[in-house]
Ligand binder design. Structure first.
Ligand code: HEC
Ligand code: HEC
Ligand code: HEC
Ligand code: HEC
Ligand code: HEC
Ligand code: HEC
Ligand code: HEC
Ligand code: HEC
Ligand code: HEC
Length: 422
């Protein structure tokens, strides 16, 4: 009997100690951070099931205090998989691609919820997404299109402003090209897969990626982040007007606008292309391989005549500016002050730039106005350079005469002294 009672006491004591141990252990685990059984198990697992603390701590959701269960459901306090990943705790399991937009939108399309965190954050991503080709195809059951996590990544989602974010302007083209440059992946759709290759050769890529000009467009600037196009733009092809305002205003009023619309041609893109936009030059107005006008117009017709007039006007002004520059350089090298004319040269250059914008009216007479204004300034500067050279020559002649006079005087003086000495 005693033996039994002792054994019972021993068991009770052991149970008490064990329980205390569990509590202490629990307290230790809980010290400084709450238990996350999900992370503890999954950080030790290989891909695709592995999610490490190191990765997840980079995620904006982790940083804002959300955790695995915010998206997956389940019970992060239990190490028993049947409980932590049990149906009772509302565990959703792996989220199917087609369900991802709904999951993200459960918070992001809820203004009341999102306002608690950041009142400035938009809550229209899902609505916008539905208007895009991605959203429309997903709704039709195509799981290959981009869903939220394809652009934003998963478990290390960062705000777009973070340079390491997959949707930071400098990384977007790479993010899109994962699918859009993959010829095998895109094969069923029969659309080109050269957008990134061409974009890399463009003035826009050069401005954004090489010169760090964040006002230059990347894929989503033209195609919209979530919607089919950026706000205020009806068609992608009209997006250029957002930034190139003057060219667009002129094009809008031109007869090309009406003619291209009637033919269903995409405006600016007809002459400049969409992804591989290169630095324009007067050669675009020529008849060589870079020429664009003769793709449609016939030699000698009234449009071709306008083209010839526009091109020769631009070349004349360009030549006149170069010529005046050279004359001014020679004058400067001779020590003449022509700084005023130098300054005026920049006005002539502005007229050339203006003329190249005015091209978009396709009216030779309007381009000619800018050209003539530029030619007038360049001619004045050229004259200033020439005048400076004339002045230099006159000064030289004057100097020469002076020197001869002095020499004669010295000779006279020498003769005079010799005479006195004698
Ligand atoms: C005891 C370790 C353990 C814990 C705790 C645990 N998991 Fe798992 N989890 C696993 C294992 C093992 C698998 C893979 C086995 C399987 O497919 O059923 C898995 C699978 C998953 C999957 C993929 C399911 C699928 O359908 O492919 C998700 C998502 C997941 N866990 C999330 C969670 C979340 C969220 C928590 C916390 C609430 C959690 N896990 C807690 C071990 C664990
Ligand atoms: C912001 C929402 C969100 C949070 C928070 C989140 N997940 Fe996920 N998780 C997802 C989505 C969405 C997928 C599906 C990704 C896909 O389709 O590629 C996923 C996939 C998974 C998978 C399955 C991977 C596979 O391919 O089978 C596991 C396992 C997983 N998550 C575990 C976790 C763990 C553990 C945590 C916490 C450390 C966590 N998740 C936090 C959204 C989230
Ligand atoms: C449980 C609610 C919830 C879910 C589900 C959720 N998010 Fe979030 N998300 C938030 C909160 C809260 C923030 C923090 C907002 C802040 O303060 O900037 C956030 C921030 C973000 C940000 C950064 C926004 C910024 O500019 O600061 C992105 C991007 C993002 N989430 C994408 C996603 C994606 C993609 C999914 C689906 C895989 C998702 N979220 C699912 C709640 C959620
Ligand atoms: C095709 C790629 C793509 C898809 C798909 C996508 N996003 Fe985005 N998302 C972006 C880009 C690019 C930005 C960055 C915008 C910027 O530069 O400010 C962004 C920004 C965000 C932001 C920050 C706030 C904002 O609106 O600018 C949130 C939140 C967000 N996305 C949530 C989502 C959710 C939720 C989904 C799914 C319904 C989703 N995104 C689908 C590309 C995408
Ligand atoms: C997960 C792969 C994937 C990613 C990532 C992706 N897309 Fe797509 N995208 C597709 C698929 C598939 C289609 C459907 C093609 C079609 O129907 O013509 C598509 C369609 C499009 C279309 C419409 C093409 C058309 O037919 O007119 C545009 C524009 C587009 N994507 C732009 C983007 C941009 C910009 C990004 C990056 C911010 C991006 N996509 C990221 C897979 C992707
Ligand atoms: C300067 C604006 C601009 C930029 C930057 C841009 N696009 Fe486009 N994109 C367009 C225009 C305009 C079209 C033609 C639309 C039309 O004809 O209706 C187009 C067409 C497309 C199409 C349809 C298929 C095709 O090639 O005609 C896809 C897909 C696409 N772009 C993806 C991308 C991707 C990916 C990037 C980034 C690498 C990108 N775009 C960058 C303006 C742009
Ligand atoms: C988000 C603003 C933005 C959009 C949209 C945009 N561009 Fe640009 N573009 C720029 C910037 C910035 C530069 C570089 C500025 C510079 O070097 O003068 C540039 C340069 C150019 C140049 C070279 C001009 C020069 O003088 O160097 C051409 C041509 C051009 N873009 C045409 C287009 C066309 C055509 C579209 C539409 C398909 C378009 N752009 C859409 C901002 C934009
Ligand atoms: C019919 C052909 C054509 C169309 C359409 C066209 N352009 Fe141009 N664009 C040109 C030519 C030619 C030049 C070259 C001027 C030069 O350097 O001689 C040019 C030059 C430019 C330049 C750089 C020169 C400058 O300083 O202005 C920009 C920027 C530009 N175009 C934008 C646009 C935009 C935006 C649109 C649509 C609103 C557009 N273009 C439509 C033919 C066209
Ligand atoms: C995609 C075909 C196409 C291209 C490229 C094109 N045009 Fe045109 N152009 C037309 C059409 C169509 C019309 C309207 C029909 C007409 O007036 O003959 C037109 C009209 C004109 C006109 C008459 C304008 C007026 O107000 O009467 C001129 C001038 C002209 N184009 C010059 C040019 C020049 C210069 C270029 C090259 C920078 C050019 N076009 C490139 C198709 C084109």
């Amino acid at each position: 009997m005693d033996f039994l009672r002792n054994k019972f006491r021993l068991l009770r004591a052991a149970r008490t100690v064990g329980l205390a141990g569990v509590i202490v252990l629990g307290a230790c685990l809980g010290y400084g951070q709450t238990t996350n059984s999900c992370l503890d198990c999954h950080s030790a697992m290989p891909d695709p099931l592995g999610v490490t603390q190191e990765k997840f701590s980079q995620d904006i959701h982790a940083q804002k205090g959300l955790t695995c269960t915010s998206c997956h459901g389940g019970d992060a306090s239990s190490y028993d998989p049947t409980v932590s990943m049990g149906a009772k705790a509302g565990f959703k399991g792996k989220i199917d691609r087609k369900q991802v937009p709904q999951l993200c939108a459960s918070c992001h399309s809820n203004p009341t919820y999102m306002k608690q965190y950041d009142p400035g954050l938009r809550t229209d991503q899902l609505d916008q997404y539905h208007t895009s080709m991605h959203g429309k195809r997903l709704a039709a059951g195509d799981g290959k299109v981009a869903v939220c996590v394809d652009c934003h990544s998963v478990h290390d989602i960062r705000p777009p402003s973070d340079p390491r974010s997959t949707v930071n302007p400098v990384n977007i083209a790479t993010t899109c090209s994962r699918c859009h440059s993959d010829a095998a992946y895109m094969k069923p759709y029969g659309i080109p897969t050269d957008q990134f290759t061409n974009y890399k050769t463009s003035v826009h890529y050069q401005a954004l990626m090489v010169n760090g000009d964040l006002s230059a467009p990347t894929c989503t600037t033209c195609h919209g982040n979530h919607g089919a196009v950026p706000p205020g733009v009806d068609k992608v092809q009209n997006v250029c007007a957002n930034c190139h305002v003057f060219q667009a205003q002129m094009y809008e009023k031109s007869s090309h606008k009406a003619a291209f619309d009637a033919l269903g041609l995409p405006g600016c893109v007809v002459c400049h292309s969409n992804h591989g936009i290169h630095q324009p030059s007067d050669a675009m107005l020529g008849t060589g391989p870079q020429g664009v006008c003769m793709r449609c117009h016939q030699p000698g017709d009234r449009c071709d005549q306008a083209r010839v007039k526009i091109q020769s006007g631009l070349m004349q002004l360009d030549g006149a500016i170069t010529q005046a520059d050279q004359t001014l350089s020679v004058a400067e090298a001779s020590g003449m002050d022509v700084s005023e004319a130098r300054l005026a040269q920049s006005q002539a250059r502005d007229q050339l730039i203006k003329a190249r914008v005015t091209i978009h009216t396709y009216q030779a007479s309007l381009v000619d106005q800018d050209v003539q204004a530029g030619l007038k300034i360049a001619a004045k500067d050229e004259q200033a350079g020439k005048d400076a050279m004339v002045e230099r020559n006159q000064r030289r002649i004057g100097l020469g005469i002076c020197l001869i006079a002095i020499a004669i005087m010295l000779a006279g003086l020498w003769l005079f002294i010799r005479k006195i000495e004698r």
